[in-house]
Design a protein around this ligand. Structure first.
Ligand SMILES: *[C@@H]1O[C@H](CO)[C@@H](O)[C@H](O)[C@H]1NC(C)=O
Ligand SMILES: *[C@@H]1O[C@H](CO)[C@@H](O)[C@H](O)[C@H]1NC(C)=O
Ligand SMILES: *[C@@H]1O[C@H](CO)[C@@H](O)[C@H](O)[C@H]1NC(C)=O
Ligand SMILES: *[C@@H]1O[C@H](CO)[C@@H](O)[C@H](O)[C@H]1NC(C)=O
Ligand SMILES: *[C@@H]1O[C@H](CO)[C@@H](O)[C@H](O)[C@H]1NC(C)=O
Ligand SMILES: *[C@@H]1O[C@H](CO)[C@@H](O)[C@H](O)[C@H]1NC(C)=O
Length: 400
């Protein structure tokens, strides 16, 4: 079944019995999903199709403003679960999510959004095939950049925050999309649900991981596992933060630089562990929905990223080899784990709907962007905070 706004309108207009004085005001009820899965491209989208749990292909709905590559919203027949595929990169993610948020066909005021995509992973924090849940999303490439060959000797990276004069400084110019913070209490619940999943892995990935053991003599000052100890462990569910960048980077130096950026922008609270190309854009679109009369509840967003590849090489490998040639064996398990971990989250929310999720999960932390668009006080900004509105996040929201 396919709906479109225009077709709906035509039906309403042409099906009016003439001359009977019937009210024209017959809006179809809005689609009010409990969970919206946000995928970015075909493999992430298709892993949710043809599953035993529910059928997202029961309803295909067209909306103005979706990606030409992914023109349908998919929903189950009961409309409790729907899926948007945004298209890849920051621009597609922002525009497609905006089209959904502003659509009059949907009522998203109590919908949980599960952003579910694959990502690169920082081997200092986790390993390939793992499932991560983020509190902070940081737009790390929204900075000044000079080419590596022209970096002054006293700078550790070619990236300088906008409006500042050296790496490591807080940006002097803030666009408002640099950092988003989502509901930490909800994140912990989602991670607990996901830990019930048996994660997929592959022999190639298992073998590849072992290369992250530091060679003897290296990294003498680190504990015996070396700085990449986390990379050598089996995949697991971890809570750590995500970096958004249209530029798909590889290497220890850029990884370290963006890890530093994450710390600077989150006042040392964020731990950079995954890198992807969309989340801040998706979050900005959801934030604007939240600030437009509560079209969405920003306290109901879960950022789940599974690790398909390492963001930097193992000791002795080149950054180019990591980026272009190494067969890491984790793409398929990472896609599969979107479903295996994600289904636990989706079903957990549906099962607990009346028992609490309908009313919302109370956030103990600040919610939103760096501009305090949703109200609340962003204590991370300290002296530099821009907004003056004083309502603590969570107080205006549903509770659980
Ligand atoms: C929805 O679209 C998918 C292809 O994306 C198709 O397989 C499915 O049959 C469609 N569902 C309906 C109800 O038309
Ligand atoms: C949206 O749905 C909620 C219940 O989930 C309801 O309270 C609200 O009135 C609905 N809003 C609109 C505009 O339909
Ligand atoms: C690097 O050196 C230049 C020239 O001495 C100085 O102006 C600049 O502040 C230094 N930058 C950093 C990041 O230390
Ligand atoms: C991206 O979103 C995260 C939270 O989801 C936020 O912490 C971060 O500041 C955002 N970064 C940018 C550059 O917008
Ligand atoms: C754990 O997973 C099983 C099988 O997928 C499911 O039946 C069960 O309800 C889940 N338990 C929890 C606590 O989510
Ligand atoms: C990251 O920050 C640390 C501590 O300030 C610094 O020593 C290191 O050089 C930075 N790394 C990069 C790549 O900027």
């Amino acid at each position: 079944m396919q709906f479109s706004l225009l077709a709906g309108l035509l039906v309403t207009l042409t099906s009016l019995p003439s001359g009977l004085g019937v009210s024209v005001d017959e809006h179809p009820p809005k689609i009010t999903p409990q969970v919206f899965i946000i995928s970015m491209f075909t493999p992430e989208s298709q892993i949710w199709h043809n599953i035993p749990d529910f059928n997202l292909l029961s309803q295909n709905i067209t909306l103005p403003g979706l990606s030409p590559l992914f023109p349908y919203i998919h929903c189950t027949a009961d409309q409790k679960i729907c899926q948007l595929t945004t298209g890849e990169g920051e621009i597609n993610a922002a525009v497609s999510t905006s089209a959904l948020v502003l659509s009059p066909l949907f009522n998203l005021s109590k919908t949980y959004f599960l952003i579910a995509g694959i990502a690169g992973i920082n081997p200092e924090i986790g390993t390939i095939s793992s499932v991560t849940f983020a509190r902070f999303a940081v737009q790390v490439a929204l900075q000044y950049e000079i080419d590596a060959r022209e970096i002054p000797r006293n700078m550790s990276t070619g990236y300088i925050p906008q409006g500042s004069v050296a790496p490591g400084q807080y940006p002097g110019s803030v666009y408002g999309t640099e950092v988003f913070e989502v509901n930490d209490a909800l994140r912990k619940i989602a991670a607990r649900f996901a830990r019930n999943a048996t994660l997929a892995d592959s022999d190639v990935a298992r073998d590849y991981r072992s290369r992250y053991i530091s060679s003897p003599g290296e990294e003498e000052e680190e504990e015996e596992e070396g700085i990449y100890g986390a990379a050598t462990k089996p995949p697991s569910v971890i809570e750590c933060d995500t970096a958004t960048s249209d530029v798909y980077f590889s290497g220890k130096l850029l990884g370290d630089a963006f890890s530093n950026t994450t710390k600077v922008l989150t006042e040392n609270q964020g731990v950079y562990c995954t890198t992807q190309q969309e989340d801040n854009a998706t979050l900005e679109a959801l934030l604007r929905g939240a600030s437009s009369g509560g079209l969405v509840d920003f306290g109901r967003i879960i950022i789940m990223r599974t690790a398909s590849d390492f963001d930097r090489p193992y000791p002795g490998q080149s950054a180019m080899d990591n980026l272009l040639y190494a067969e890491q064996g984790a793409f398929e398990p990472a896609v599969e784990n979107l479903y295996r971990a994600g289904i636990q989250v989706v079903m957990g929310i549906l099962r607990g709907w009346e028992g609490g999720f309908e009313g919302g999960v109370r956030a103990g932390n600040y919610l939103g962007d760096d501009l305090e668009t949703l109200g609340g006080k962003n204590e991370r900004r300290g002296q530099e905070k821009l907004g003056k509105r004083g309502v603590r996040a969570g107080e205006k929201r549903g509770r659980r």
